[in-house]
Every structure is written in structure tokens, then in C-alpha cells.
Design a protein. Structure first.
Length: 82
């Protein structure tokens, strides 16, 4: 598996993946909203975090293989997108 940073030219290709990610967590699938949100983050130079549930050991092993380190001290909080 190759992990790459999404740039401005990649937003249209990445948006369906992000929209599906939101749908998996109970939000409606919205390609336009996902595309706009990603484009804004890239334009502002804000990072996009990779995260997984504490019980998703399969996904965690992918992060581990690619050199990511889990934070053992802080919990992550988020607010759903409008």
C-alpha cells in the first residue's frame, strides 16, 4: 500500500473516499461537501489526520507498518461536519 499526500490536483479523486469514510460513520454521502472540505484544508495548508478506532487492530497494523506512532496520552475529539 502506498500512502501519498493529497494535493490540489487530487481532490476530485480523493473526495469519494472521504465521502465514503463519512458515510461509514453515519453521515450522508456527499461528494461535493467532501471535495470542498478537502480543498479548503489543502488550500489552508492544514493537515489531515489519519485515525482509527482503538479496536480496529487491522487498520492500526497498517499505520504501524508505515511508521506512524499512536499517541498514548491524548484522546481525540471531533465535531461532525455540517
Amino acid at each position: 500500500m502506498q500512502v501519498v499526500r493529497v494535493g490540489p490536483d487530487d481532490v476530485s479523486r480523493a473526495a469519494p473516499l472521504f465521502a465514503a469514510y463519512r458515510e461509514f460513520y453515519g453521515e450522508p454521502f456527499d461528494h461535493g461537501l467532501a471535495r470542498d472540505w478537502l480543498a479548503q484544508r489543502i488550500e489552508r495548508g492544514e493537515s489531515i489526520e489519519l485515525a482509527t478506532a482503538h479496536t480496529n487492530h487491522r487498520a492500526q497494523s497498517v499505520y504501524d507498518r508505515h511508521g506512524y506512532h499512536a499517541d498514548e496520552h491524548y484522546k481525540h475529539y471531533e465535531k461532525p461536519l455540517p
